[in-house]
Design a protein around this ligand. Structure first.
Ligand code: 13P
Length: 255
């Protein structure tokens, strides 16, 4: 298997943006622009937008995902949403371990692993985020940091379940900063993550796993990033909030 046979996935991460009505409007304008995509197209939206987003995209090629889920099925966790709740409403995807969750909400590698396992158990496909801080890159430990995050997050995940894991390499210093990893930097770390998966499972699983790049990917730089052998898609923040920009990234991925 090689890049040509791996699934290319372009996913938007809306973060804490868009009301349900605004979200539906954005998706409605995106639908005709991405309808011929030759890649998977996902919009990960705030919990309260999920229903409106599903309604707006019914019968289209845009799939809807959530931005997080809790590890318990139910219980006394005020303000949290379980993976079961998401799958019960027909949601297929969930982002887990985004650096903003790690940075601002006390998410650790261990809680990321718990959430990943809960999401898989509920039948969801996980977009698992890993990535280094600028200081870590400068200290030369990018490979170690990304390997550690990947290994801990995937603890207890079977080779079969890896079919429902997408990994997003998101260097923290490139998120929302306008700084993008060069295509070679993105390719190098996505390749390192692929080697880690080969070590945890085998070469076949590693070759089949979709590994995205995320961090200021936009309509201007997507084509070069996506041309790299180890970059199988993108997780897009800011540019996913503008239909035309997101659609151009989808087009670049469809070439
Ligand atoms: P930006 O594309 O806004 O840099 O965000 C990237 C990101 O965090 C996607 O999850």
């Amino acid at each position: 298997m090689n890049k040509a046979t791996r699934k290319t996935v372009i996913a938007g991460n809306w973060k804490m943006n868009k009301t349900p009505a605004e979200g539906a409007e954005l998706l409605t304008s995106m639908i005709p622009l991405v309808k011929d995509a030759d890649c998977d197209v996902i919009a990960c939206v705030p919990f309260v937008d999920l229903y409106a987003a599903q309604e707006a995209t019914k019968g289209t090629n845009i799939k809807i995902g959530a931005e997080n889920c809790h590890w318990a099925e139910s219980g006394a966790f005020t303000g949290e949403i379980s993976a079961q709740m998401l799958s019960a409403m027909g949601i297929e995807y969930v982002i887990i371990g985004h650096s903003e969750r790690r940075q601002y909400f006390g998410e650790t590698d261990v809680t990321v692993n718990k959430r990943v396992k809960a999401a898989l158990k509920a039948g969801l496909t996980v977009i698992l985020c890993v990535g280094e801080y600028l200081e870590q890159r400068e200290q030369g430990v990018t490979a170690e940091v990304c390997a550690m995050q990947t290994k801990i997050a995937l603890g207890g995940v079977t080779a079969e379940e890896m079919e429902r894991i997408i990994i997003a390499y998101e260097p923290v210093w490139a998120i929302g900063t306008g700084l993008t990893a060069t295509a070679d930097q993105a390719d190098e770390v996505c390749g390192i993550i692929r080697d880690v998966i080969a070590g945890l499972y085998n070469a076949e699983v590693a070759e089949a796993t979709t590994i995205q790049y995320g961090g200021s990917m936009n309509d201007g730089n997507a084509e070069e990033l996506l041309s790299k052998v180890n970059v199988d898609g993108g997780l897009i923040g800011g540019a996913s909030l503008v239909a035309e920009k997101f659609a151009k990234i989808v087009s670049a991925a469809s070439k």
